[in-house]
Design a protein around this ligand. Structure first.
Ligand code: FES
Ligand code: FES
Length: 211
C-alpha cells in the first residue's frame, strides 16, 4: 500500500523533471506551424544560439520568440501563460538578460544567445537555482517554475551587477541581496499556487552560496 512518503517521493520525481525540463525534447525545426495568412514573403531565416547550440529556423516575421522556442524548436520548458507580458511564465535569458519571450519577435534575435530552462542544467547536473527550488519546494503545479527559475538566476546577476530596482533606497550604493530587493525584482513572475515564500528561500540559499 502506498504511504504518504511514497506519494511525496513520486511528486518530487515528477517535479524534478519539470524543473529541469531537460533538452531531451529538442528536435530539428521541421514542420513549424505558420500564422494564419502567412505567405512565403513573410518568412525569414533566423540563426540563434540556443542553450549553446547553433539553431537555424525559418519563421514568419510575426512569430514570437516564445512560439519559435515551443513550436519550431520543441523546447517546451518555456511556458505560455498570458501571452501578453503579464505573468512571466515565458521568461528566458537573452544575451545575459531576462526577457518575456512572448513580447519579443524571433526575428529580433538573429545572432543572439538565448538560454532557456533546458539550458540552465540537466537532471544529472542541476543549476544551483534548480536544485534550490527542489530543496525548498519552490513550486506546486510547476507551470510558472521555468520562468521563475530563469528570472531568479537573472535577478541575482542584476543585483550583483549593481543594477538598482524600484525599492533600492540609495542609488549611489551597490544594491544588496535583500528580501525586499528579490521580491520587487521577482514581481513580474506570477505564481497562482502562491509558492512565493519558498521561491524566496531558494533564492536566498543560492545567493548565500555564491556571496
Ligand atoms: S506568457 Fe509571457 S508574460 Fe505571460
Ligand atoms: S507553482 Fe503553480 S503557478 Fe507557480
Amino acid at each position: 500500500m502506498q504511504g504518504i512518503g511514497d506519494i511525496e517521493v513520486s511528486r518530487r520525481g515528477v517535479m524534478v523533471a519539470g524543473v529541469t525540463s531537460a533538452a531531451l525534447a529538442a528536435v530539428p525545426a521541421t514542420g513549424a506551424p505558420r500564422p494564419q495568412g502567412a505567405s512565403e514573403q513573410s518568412l525569414v531565416k533566423v540563426a540563434i544560439e540556443i542553450n549553446g547550440k547553433h539553431r537555424e529556423l525559418e519563421v514568419d516575421t510575426r512569430t514570437t520568440l516564445l512560439d519559435a522556442l515551443r513550436e519550431n524548436l520543441r523546447l517546451t520548458g518555456t511556458k505560455k501563460g498570458c501571452d501578453h507580458g503579464q505573468c512571466g511564465a515565458c521568461t528566458v535569458i537573452a544575451g545575459g538578460k531576462r526577457i518575456n519571450s512572448c513580447l519579443s519577435l524571433a526575428v529580433m534575435h538573429d545572432g543572439d544567445k538565448i538560454t532557456t530552462i533546458e539550458g540552465l542544467g540537466t537532471p544529472g547536473d542541476l543549476h544551483p537555482m534548480q536544485a534550490a527550488f527542489i530543496t525548498h519546494d519552490g513550486y506546486q503545479c510547476g507551470y510558472c517554475t521555468p520562468g521563475q527559475i530563469c528570472s531568479a538566476v537573472s535577478v541575482l546577476a542584476e543585483i550583483r551587477a549593481g543594477i538598482p530596482s524600484h525599492v533600492t533606497a540609495d542609488l549611489t550604493a551597490a544594491p544588496a541581496i535583500t528580501n525586499d530587493e528579490m521580491r520587487e525584482r521577482m514581481s513580474g513572475n506570477i505564481c497562482r499556487c502562491g509558492a512565493y515564500s519558498n521561491i524566496l528561500e531558494a533564492m536566498t540559499e543560492v545567493a548565500g552560496e555564491r556571496a
